[in-house]
Design a binder for this molecule. Structure first.
Ligand code: MN
Length: 263
């Protein structure tokens, strides 16, 4: 079984994946986390928070695919499962915006790698307090701290970062890094939101908080710059550390995306 649709609190009971404009997919993986794990709990908590917001008719166009059944301890096997699930979703609907709920930031690599085979000229907006661009971290080639470097190596994804204030040095080694002003609003764009890009006062539920972060409205305004969103992920939320403000803020951003897609 690759997908868990029973254990979770789905945001929508809509069964019509073919017509959906937004497809929600959870990837509750946190095995490479080096400070304090707990990101595996985020998909459930973000869904709960979403359902506490007014969603009304927004949900008519949302299909919740459930959570990938990840293999804790194995990045490789989890990535293979994620790819299988994405392939299956793609066959049934290749127009919807994917809303991915992490999990740790490594999840982004699996999704972007998949989408880069489907879209020419894919653009990535990478929001994070950290560069995540180490070539290797604690002996691991693919983990939360190397994810941007691995994406850069795909070669055909134009990357713009937002909000990085730690691990800046390694960014200079990236080959496909551009300013966000150099991205094209009409081209296929994936937005990855490590929630620690936000100020820790607004997003306390993160394992590696960095002071002086973005405001929620900054994040939303960056997303609104792009007219052809193919996917957005919300990663690195750790509900063990804070489970009141943080999931609600993540859910608020998700709702903004649903509203944008509906327009
Ligand atoms: Mn981060």
């Amino acid at each position: 079984m690759l997908l868990n649709t029973s254990r979770n609190f789905l945001v929508s009971e809509n069964e019509n994946i073919e017509e959906a404009k937004v497809i929600v997919l959870g990837v509750p993986f946190d095995s490479t986390e080096t400070t304090l794990p707990g990101q595996r709990l985020a998909p459930l908590e973000i869904r709960k928070a979403l359902l506490s917001l007014e969603l009304n008719e927004l949900l008519d166009e949302v299909y919740d695919a459930g959570d990938v059944v990840v293999v804790h301890g194995s990045v490789k096997k989890t990535m293979e499962r994620l790819e299988d699930v994405l392939n299956d979703i793609w066959k049934r609907n290749n127009r919807a915006v994917l809303l991915v709920l992490g999990g740790e930031h490594t999840v982004t690599y699996g999704v972007v790698k998949f989408l880069a085979t489907k879209f020419n000229e894919l653009q990535l907006v990478f929001m994070d307090a950290h560069g995540d661009a180490y070539d290797e971290y604690m002996g691991l080639k693919l983990c939360h701290a190397t994810v941007l470097k691995r994406i850069d190596e795909l070669g055909n994804v134009k990357i713009a970062t937002v909000g990085i204030r730690e691990e800046l040095e390694e960014l200079s080694n990236l080959k496909n890094l551009v300013s966000i002003d150099d991205l094209n609003r009409e081209k296929p764009t994936y937005v990855s939101i490590d929630v620690d890009v936000l100020d820790p006062s607004l997003m306390p539920g993160v394992s590696d908080p960095v002071p002086i972060g973005l405001k929620v409205e900054n994040v939303i305004n960056y997303i609104k710059r792009f007219d052809f969103l193919v996917g957005v992920d919300v990663v690195e939320l750790n509900p063990i550390l804070e489970n009141n403000i943080s999931p609600r803020t993540a859910a608020w951003i998700m709702r903004e995306i649903m509203m944008k897609v509906r327009m």
